[in-house]
Design a protein around this ligand. Structure first.
Ligand SMILES: Cc1cc2nc3c(=O)[nH]c(=O)nc-3n(C[C@H](O)[C@H](O)[C@H](O)COP(=O)(O)O)c2cc1C
Length: 374
Protein backbone atom coordinates (compact mmCIF):
# COMPACT_ATOMS: atom_id res chain seq x y z
CA UNK A 1 0.00 0.00 0.00
CA UNK A 2 1.15 3.46 -0.66
CA UNK A 3 -1.22 5.87 1.04
CA UNK A 4 -0.38 9.02 3.00
CA UNK A 5 0.42 7.22 6.24
CA UNK A 6 2.68 4.72 4.48
CA UNK A 7 4.52 7.61 2.85
CA UNK A 8 4.68 9.58 6.11
CA UNK A 9 6.71 6.79 7.77
CA UNK A 10 8.14 4.90 4.80
CA UNK A 11 6.23 1.74 5.79
CA UNK A 12 4.71 -0.93 3.56
CA UNK A 13 1.39 -1.42 5.31
CA UNK A 14 -0.60 1.09 7.40
CA UNK A 15 -0.73 -1.27 10.35
CA UNK A 16 0.16 0.45 13.62
CA UNK A 17 0.71 -1.75 16.64
CA UNK A 18 0.32 -0.56 20.21
CA UNK A 19 2.20 -2.77 22.65
CA UNK A 20 3.89 -2.63 26.03
CA UNK A 21 6.25 -5.29 24.73
CA UNK A 22 9.41 -4.24 22.91
CA UNK A 23 9.59 -7.53 20.96
CA UNK A 24 6.17 -6.86 19.45
CA UNK A 25 7.19 -3.32 18.49
CA UNK A 26 10.31 -4.58 16.73
CA UNK A 27 8.56 -7.47 14.98
CA UNK A 28 5.72 -5.32 13.63
CA UNK A 29 8.10 -2.69 12.27
CA UNK A 30 10.25 -5.39 10.70
CA UNK A 31 7.12 -6.91 9.11
CA UNK A 32 6.38 -3.63 7.31
CA UNK A 33 4.05 -1.92 9.81
CA UNK A 34 4.89 0.48 12.63
CA UNK A 35 5.35 -0.62 16.23
CA UNK A 36 4.52 1.84 19.02
CA UNK A 37 5.82 1.18 22.53
CA UNK A 38 3.39 1.92 25.36
CA UNK A 39 5.41 3.66 28.08
CA UNK A 40 2.62 4.25 30.59
CA UNK A 41 3.82 1.45 32.83
CA UNK A 42 7.51 2.20 32.82
CA UNK A 43 9.85 4.10 35.02
CA UNK A 44 12.08 6.58 33.15
CA UNK A 45 15.04 4.24 33.78
CA UNK A 46 13.25 1.38 32.09
CA UNK A 47 12.23 3.58 29.15
CA UNK A 48 15.90 4.16 28.39
CA UNK A 49 16.64 0.43 28.54
CA UNK A 50 13.71 -0.53 26.34
CA UNK A 51 14.38 2.08 23.67
CA UNK A 52 18.06 1.17 23.58
CA UNK A 53 17.10 -2.48 23.05
CA UNK A 54 14.66 -1.51 20.29
CA UNK A 55 17.33 0.60 18.54
CA UNK A 56 19.67 -2.38 18.60
CA UNK A 57 17.15 -4.82 17.15
CA UNK A 58 14.83 -2.91 14.80
CA UNK A 59 17.26 -2.75 11.87
CA UNK A 60 16.63 0.92 11.24
CA UNK A 61 12.86 0.53 10.75
CA UNK A 62 10.62 3.29 12.11
CA UNK A 63 8.88 3.03 15.49
CA UNK A 64 7.01 5.23 17.92
CA UNK A 65 6.14 5.71 21.58
CA UNK A 66 2.84 6.12 23.39
CA UNK A 67 2.56 8.16 26.57
CA UNK A 68 -0.27 8.58 29.05
CA UNK A 69 -0.75 12.28 29.55
CA UNK A 70 -4.16 12.60 31.19
CA UNK A 71 -5.73 16.03 31.20
CA UNK A 72 -7.34 15.30 34.57
CA UNK A 73 -5.67 13.21 37.25
CA UNK A 74 -5.33 13.03 40.97
CA UNK A 75 -1.84 13.97 42.12
CA UNK A 76 -0.22 10.80 43.41
CA UNK A 77 3.03 12.31 44.57
CA UNK A 78 6.15 12.52 42.48
CA UNK A 79 9.36 10.65 42.70
CA UNK A 80 8.20 7.58 44.52
CA UNK A 81 8.10 7.90 48.31
CA UNK A 82 4.41 8.70 48.51
CA UNK A 83 3.54 6.01 46.06
CA UNK A 84 4.95 3.20 48.17
CA UNK A 85 2.82 4.08 51.13
CA UNK A 86 -0.64 2.76 50.31
CA UNK A 87 -1.91 3.45 53.83
CA UNK A 88 -1.29 7.18 53.34
CA UNK A 89 -2.30 7.39 49.73
CA UNK A 90 -5.41 5.20 49.57
CA UNK A 91 -8.61 5.41 51.65
CA UNK A 92 -8.95 2.69 54.29
CA UNK A 93 -12.35 1.70 52.89
CA UNK A 94 -10.79 0.81 49.53
CA UNK A 95 -7.79 -0.96 51.01
CA UNK A 96 -10.07 -3.03 53.27
CA UNK A 97 -12.41 -3.82 50.38
CA UNK A 98 -9.62 -5.33 48.29
CA UNK A 99 -7.88 -7.07 51.19
CA UNK A 100 -11.14 -8.58 52.48
CA UNK A 101 -12.19 -9.62 48.97
CA UNK A 102 -9.00 -11.62 48.54
CA UNK A 103 -8.95 -12.90 52.15
CA UNK A 104 -12.52 -14.20 51.82
CA UNK A 105 -11.64 -15.94 48.54
CA UNK A 106 -8.75 -17.66 50.29
CA UNK A 107 -6.08 -15.93 48.20
CA UNK A 108 -3.08 -16.05 50.53
CA UNK A 109 -1.40 -12.83 51.57
CA UNK A 110 2.22 -12.49 50.57
CA UNK A 111 4.77 -12.40 53.39
CA UNK A 112 4.88 -8.76 54.50
CA UNK A 113 8.41 -7.95 53.40
CA UNK A 114 7.86 -9.58 50.01
CA UNK A 115 4.53 -7.80 49.57
CA UNK A 116 6.17 -4.44 50.27
CA UNK A 117 8.99 -5.15 47.82
CA UNK A 118 6.68 -6.32 45.03
CA UNK A 119 4.27 -3.47 45.64
CA UNK A 120 7.12 -0.99 45.40
CA UNK A 121 8.47 -2.64 42.29
CA UNK A 122 5.10 -2.70 40.56
CA UNK A 123 3.97 0.77 41.48
CA UNK A 124 7.38 2.24 40.65
CA UNK A 125 6.89 1.02 37.09
CA UNK A 126 3.61 2.86 36.88
CA UNK A 127 4.06 6.33 35.38
CA UNK A 128 1.00 8.43 35.00
CA UNK A 129 1.61 11.99 36.14
CA UNK A 130 2.39 14.79 33.67
CA UNK A 131 5.86 15.20 35.17
CA UNK A 132 6.66 11.52 34.65
CA UNK A 133 5.36 11.63 31.08
CA UNK A 134 7.51 14.70 30.38
CA UNK A 135 10.60 12.92 31.77
CA UNK A 136 9.94 9.92 29.57
CA UNK A 137 9.53 12.10 26.50
CA UNK A 138 12.88 13.77 27.21
CA UNK A 139 14.52 10.35 27.23
CA UNK A 140 12.65 9.19 24.14
CA UNK A 141 13.73 12.28 22.20
CA UNK A 142 17.31 11.05 22.47
CA UNK A 143 16.31 7.98 20.42
CA UNK A 144 15.37 7.83 16.73
CA UNK A 145 11.61 7.70 17.36
CA UNK A 146 9.37 8.69 14.46
CA UNK A 147 6.04 9.06 16.25
CA UNK A 148 4.67 10.21 19.63
CA UNK A 149 1.13 9.16 20.49
CA UNK A 150 -0.77 10.69 23.37
CA UNK A 151 -3.24 8.34 24.98
CA UNK A 152 -5.38 10.57 27.18
CA UNK A 153 -6.21 13.94 25.67
CA UNK A 154 -4.58 16.36 23.24
CA UNK A 155 -0.80 16.71 23.33
CA UNK A 156 0.48 20.08 24.60
CA UNK A 157 1.30 22.52 21.75
CA UNK A 158 4.88 22.87 22.99
CA UNK A 159 5.43 19.12 22.65
CA UNK A 160 3.98 19.11 19.14
CA UNK A 161 6.31 21.93 18.11
CA UNK A 162 9.38 20.23 19.60
CA UNK A 163 8.51 16.94 17.94
CA UNK A 164 7.88 18.57 14.58
CA UNK A 165 11.17 20.44 14.88
CA UNK A 166 12.89 17.04 14.95
CA UNK A 167 10.80 15.52 12.16
CA UNK A 168 8.75 13.41 14.60
CA UNK A 169 5.04 13.02 13.92
CA UNK A 170 2.42 13.38 16.65
CA UNK A 171 -0.95 11.67 17.00
CA UNK A 172 -3.57 11.14 19.70
CA UNK A 173 -6.37 8.73 20.52
CA UNK A 174 -9.98 9.90 20.23
CA UNK A 175 -13.18 8.18 21.30
CA UNK A 176 -15.48 10.96 20.07
CA UNK A 177 -15.38 13.50 17.18
CA UNK A 178 -15.00 16.46 19.58
CA UNK A 179 -11.77 14.96 20.94
CA UNK A 180 -10.50 14.38 17.41
CA UNK A 181 -11.17 18.01 16.48
CA UNK A 182 -9.17 19.14 19.53
CA UNK A 183 -6.27 16.93 18.48
CA UNK A 184 -6.35 18.47 15.01
CA UNK A 185 -6.30 21.97 16.54
CA UNK A 186 -3.35 20.93 18.74
CA UNK A 187 -1.38 20.19 15.57
CA UNK A 188 -1.57 16.37 15.42
CA UNK A 189 -0.46 14.85 12.11
CA UNK A 190 -3.20 12.26 12.28
CA UNK A 191 -5.87 11.02 14.64
CA UNK A 192 -6.49 7.53 16.00
CA UNK A 193 -10.23 6.87 16.26
CA UNK A 194 -10.79 4.21 18.91
CA UNK A 195 -14.19 2.54 19.19
CA UNK A 196 -15.63 1.09 22.37
CA UNK A 197 -14.69 -2.47 21.33
CA UNK A 198 -11.06 -1.66 22.14
CA UNK A 199 -8.98 -3.04 24.97
CA UNK A 200 -7.76 -0.49 27.50
CA UNK A 201 -9.20 2.99 28.03
CA UNK A 202 -12.05 3.58 25.64
CA UNK A 203 -15.32 5.46 25.12
CA UNK A 204 -18.86 4.32 24.38
CA UNK A 205 -19.18 4.68 20.60
CA UNK A 206 -18.63 1.62 18.42
CA UNK A 207 -15.94 1.68 15.73
CA UNK A 208 -18.52 1.20 12.97
CA UNK A 209 -20.21 4.47 13.93
CA UNK A 210 -17.18 6.37 15.23
CA UNK A 211 -14.64 5.94 12.44
CA UNK A 212 -16.54 7.67 9.59
CA UNK A 213 -17.66 10.45 11.92
CA UNK A 214 -14.07 11.20 12.93
CA UNK A 215 -12.85 10.87 9.34
CA UNK A 216 -15.37 13.57 8.35
CA UNK A 217 -14.74 15.70 11.44
CA UNK A 218 -11.00 16.09 10.88
CA UNK A 219 -10.77 15.85 7.06
CA UNK A 220 -8.37 16.08 5.31
CA UNK A 221 -6.25 14.78 8.23
CA UNK A 222 -5.60 11.00 7.96
CA UNK A 223 -7.31 8.76 10.50
CA UNK A 224 -6.38 5.34 11.88
CA UNK A 225 -9.21 3.04 12.91
CA UNK A 226 -8.72 1.32 16.26
CA UNK A 227 -10.94 -0.83 18.45
CA UNK A 228 -11.95 -4.27 17.22
CA UNK A 229 -9.29 -4.77 14.54
CA UNK A 230 -7.52 -8.11 14.65
CA UNK A 231 -8.00 -9.52 11.17
CA UNK A 232 -8.00 -8.54 7.51
CA UNK A 233 -11.76 -8.18 7.18
CA UNK A 234 -11.73 -5.63 9.99
CA UNK A 235 -8.83 -3.82 8.33
CA UNK A 236 -10.82 -3.78 5.07
CA UNK A 237 -13.80 -2.34 6.98
CA UNK A 238 -11.64 0.45 8.42
CA UNK A 239 -10.39 1.36 4.95
CA UNK A 240 -13.94 1.19 3.56
CA UNK A 241 -15.12 3.57 6.30
CA UNK A 242 -12.56 6.18 5.33
CA UNK A 243 -9.62 5.34 7.60
CA UNK A 244 -6.17 5.14 6.04
CA UNK A 245 -4.85 2.45 8.34
CA UNK A 246 -5.45 0.65 11.61
CA UNK A 247 -4.28 0.77 15.23
CA UNK A 248 -4.28 -2.60 16.98
CA UNK A 249 -3.57 -3.44 20.61
CA UNK A 250 -5.32 -6.60 21.77
CA UNK A 251 -4.28 -8.91 18.97
CA UNK A 252 -0.62 -8.88 19.99
CA UNK A 253 -1.48 -10.37 23.38
CA UNK A 254 -1.96 -13.74 21.71
CA UNK A 255 1.52 -13.81 20.21
CA UNK A 256 4.51 -15.70 21.51
CA UNK A 257 6.23 -12.33 21.94
CA UNK A 258 3.53 -10.86 24.21
CA UNK A 259 4.17 -9.78 27.78
CA UNK A 260 1.24 -11.56 29.45
CA UNK A 261 1.62 -14.41 31.94
CA UNK A 262 0.83 -17.90 30.56
CA UNK A 263 -2.09 -18.13 33.02
CA UNK A 264 -3.59 -14.91 31.63
CA UNK A 265 -2.98 -16.02 28.06
CA UNK A 266 -4.93 -19.22 28.75
CA UNK A 267 -7.83 -17.13 30.08
CA UNK A 268 -7.72 -14.91 26.99
CA UNK A 269 -7.89 -17.95 24.69
CA UNK A 270 -10.99 -19.21 26.50
CA UNK A 271 -12.79 -15.85 26.64
CA UNK A 272 -15.77 -14.66 24.61
CA UNK A 273 -16.30 -11.06 23.38
CA UNK A 274 -18.67 -10.34 26.28
CA UNK A 275 -15.91 -11.21 28.75
CA UNK A 276 -14.10 -7.99 27.77
CA UNK A 277 -15.90 -5.63 30.15
CA UNK A 278 -15.73 -1.86 30.48
CA UNK A 279 -14.92 -1.05 34.12
CA UNK A 280 -13.35 1.67 36.26
CA UNK A 281 -12.07 -0.94 38.72
CA UNK A 282 -8.55 -1.33 37.35
CA UNK A 283 -7.46 2.25 36.60
CA UNK A 284 -10.19 4.64 37.75
CA UNK A 285 -11.10 5.48 34.13
CA UNK A 286 -13.36 3.33 31.92
CA UNK A 287 -11.02 0.57 30.77
CA UNK A 288 -11.98 -2.57 28.84
CA UNK A 289 -10.42 -5.53 30.54
CA UNK A 290 -10.95 -9.24 30.97
CA UNK A 291 -13.82 -9.93 33.36
CA UNK A 292 -12.66 -11.49 36.62
CA UNK A 293 -13.78 -11.84 40.21
CA UNK A 294 -11.92 -8.57 40.87
CA UNK A 295 -13.83 -6.59 38.22
CA UNK A 296 -17.14 -8.22 39.25
CA UNK A 297 -16.64 -7.30 42.91
CA UNK A 298 -16.83 -3.58 42.12
CA UNK A 299 -20.37 -4.04 40.77
CA UNK A 300 -21.61 -5.32 44.12
CA UNK A 301 -23.92 -2.97 46.09
CA UNK A 302 -21.47 -2.89 49.04
CA UNK A 303 -18.52 -1.92 46.83
CA UNK A 304 -17.00 1.56 47.26
CA UNK A 305 -16.89 3.85 44.24
CA UNK A 306 -13.63 3.29 42.32
CA UNK A 307 -11.03 5.97 43.10
CA UNK A 308 -10.00 8.54 40.49
CA UNK A 309 -7.00 7.76 38.27
CA UNK A 310 -4.29 6.90 39.03
CA UNK A 311 -5.24 5.95 42.60
CA UNK A 312 -7.48 3.07 41.57
CA UNK A 313 -4.66 1.76 39.39
CA UNK A 314 -2.27 1.98 42.33
CA UNK A 315 -4.83 0.12 44.44
CA UNK A 316 -5.21 -2.67 41.84
CA UNK A 317 -1.51 -2.87 40.96
CA UNK A 318 -0.19 -2.63 44.48
CA UNK A 319 -2.81 -4.49 46.49
CA UNK A 320 -4.55 -6.75 43.97
CA UNK A 321 -2.11 -7.68 41.24
CA UNK A 322 0.83 -8.43 43.50
CA UNK A 323 -1.26 -10.95 45.38
CA UNK A 324 -3.17 -12.60 42.53
CA UNK A 325 -0.50 -12.45 39.83
CA UNK A 326 2.90 -12.57 41.49
CA UNK A 327 1.79 -14.50 44.53
CA UNK A 328 -1.01 -17.03 44.38
CA UNK A 329 -1.67 -16.99 40.61
CA UNK A 330 -5.34 -16.92 41.63
CA UNK A 331 -6.88 -17.60 38.23
CA UNK A 332 -10.37 -16.27 39.03
CA UNK A 333 -8.93 -12.86 39.90
CA UNK A 334 -6.47 -12.50 37.03
CA UNK A 335 -7.39 -9.79 34.57
CA UNK A 336 -5.68 -7.87 31.77
CA UNK A 337 -6.84 -5.12 29.40
CA UNK A 338 -8.27 -6.65 26.23
CA UNK A 339 -10.90 -5.75 23.64
CA UNK A 340 -13.89 -7.62 22.31
CA UNK A 341 -11.79 -9.35 19.64
CA UNK A 342 -10.60 -11.57 22.49
CA UNK A 343 -13.32 -13.97 21.32
CA UNK A 344 -11.33 -14.53 18.10
CA UNK A 345 -8.06 -15.05 19.93
CA UNK A 346 -7.92 -18.78 20.48
CA UNK A 347 -4.30 -19.86 20.08
CA UNK A 348 -0.76 -18.60 20.25
CA UNK A 349 0.97 -17.46 17.10
CA UNK A 350 3.80 -15.13 16.11
CA UNK A 351 3.63 -11.40 15.39
CA UNK A 352 4.78 -12.06 11.84
CA UNK A 353 1.98 -14.56 11.32
CA UNK A 354 -0.64 -12.08 12.59
CA UNK A 355 0.58 -9.46 10.10
CA UNK A 356 0.72 -12.00 7.27
CA UNK A 357 -2.77 -13.37 8.01
CA UNK A 358 -4.19 -9.86 8.21
CA UNK A 359 -2.76 -8.88 4.83
CA UNK A 360 -3.94 -12.12 3.22
CA UNK A 361 -7.45 -11.65 4.51
CA UNK A 362 -7.42 -8.02 3.40
CA UNK A 363 -6.66 -9.15 -0.15
CA UNK A 364 -9.40 -11.77 0.01
CA UNK A 365 -11.82 -9.08 1.20
CA UNK A 366 -10.85 -6.86 -1.69
CA UNK A 367 -11.38 -9.66 -4.20
CA UNK A 368 -14.73 -10.46 -2.62
CA UNK A 369 -15.80 -6.82 -2.79
CA UNK A 370 -14.60 -6.57 -6.38
CA UNK A 371 -16.78 -9.57 -7.25
CA UNK A 372 -19.76 -8.18 -5.33
CA UNK A 373 -19.50 -4.73 -6.84
CA UNK A 374 -18.85 -6.08 -10.31
C1 LIG B 1 -3.13 -4.60 27.23
C2 LIG B 1 -3.49 -3.25 26.68
C3 LIG B 1 -2.94 -2.13 27.28
C4 LIG B 1 -3.21 -0.87 26.76
N1 LIG B 1 -2.60 0.22 27.32
C5 LIG B 1 -2.66 1.40 26.65
C6 LIG B 1 -1.82 2.48 27.02
O1 LIG B 1 -1.05 2.42 27.98
N2 LIG B 1 -1.87 3.60 26.25
C7 LIG B 1 -2.70 3.68 25.15
O2 LIG B 1 -2.67 4.67 24.43
N3 LIG B 1 -3.52 2.70 24.83
C8 LIG B 1 -3.51 1.55 25.52
N4 LIG B 1 -4.29 0.52 25.10
C9 LIG B 1 -5.25 0.72 24.01
C10 LIG B 1 -4.60 0.60 22.65
O3 LIG B 1 -3.81 1.74 22.39
C11 LIG B 1 -5.64 0.55 21.52
O4 LIG B 1 -6.38 1.74 21.50
C12 LIG B 1 -6.59 -0.61 21.58
O5 LIG B 1 -5.93 -1.78 21.96
C13 LIG B 1 -7.23 -0.81 20.20
O6 LIG B 1 -8.27 -1.70 20.22
P1 LIG B 1 -8.07 -3.29 20.20
O7 LIG B 1 -7.70 -3.64 21.59
O8 LIG B 1 -9.41 -3.81 19.81
O9 LIG B 1 -7.01 -3.61 19.21
C14 LIG B 1 -4.08 -0.75 25.65
C15 LIG B 1 -4.65 -1.87 25.08
C16 LIG B 1 -4.38 -3.12 25.58
C17 LIG B 1 -5.01 -4.33 24.93
Amino acid sequence: MNNRLCKMFGIEVPLFAFSHCRDVVVEVSKAGGLGVLGMGRMSPRRVEEELKWIDEHIEGKPYGIDVLMPTTYQEAGEGGALKFDPERLLPKEHLDFVRNMLDEAGVPRLPESEAARLEKEMVEEFSFTPRESAQMIEIALRHPIKLIVNALGSPPKELVERAHGRGIKVAALAGAPKHAIRHKQAGCDFVIAVGTEAGGHTGNISSMVLWPRIVDAVAPLPVLGGGGVGRGRQLAAALALGCEGVWCGSIWLKTAQSEVLPEIKAKLFAAQPEDAVLTRSVTGKPCRTLRSKFTDAWDRPDAPKPLPAPLQAILWWGQGRTRVERGAKAKDFLTYPVGQIVGDMTEETSVKQVVYDMMNELLESKERLDRLLG
